[in-house]
Design a protein around this ligand. Sequence first.
Ligand SMILES: [Zn+2]
Length: 128
Amino acid sequence: MRANRRRDTAPEIALRRELFRRGLRFRVDYRITVDPTAHVRPDIVFTHRRLAIFVDGCYWHSCPIHATMPKSNVDFWARKFARNRERDLRDRTLLEQAGWTVLRFWEHEDPTRAAEVVEDWIRQRSSR
Ligand SMILES: [Zn+2]
């Protein structure tokens, strides 16, 4: 269904390792049922905090820095990338409507920096 979202990519593992090192515990490969007909499977999920994290591949998700367009079958790929962006937006909207917070990172982002963002978000919620 979502062949372009490969699991356990190197950037994803790096972020998970960094989060774990900071004492944070989370679920991977966790399917969120947002309504009876829609499921979203983020890369990292903090179930109790309703925090969903995605680590997006620069190629498949058209990162503004590294996105490249294949030289052949341009129309096919343009449509495919556009669908991926639509799906990303759909997933975010579904999750947010169901009361989740969504954090997205690009695979080129420093995992230490990404982990800081996640930790800050959690700490802010905890101190309320
Ligand atoms: Zn990138």
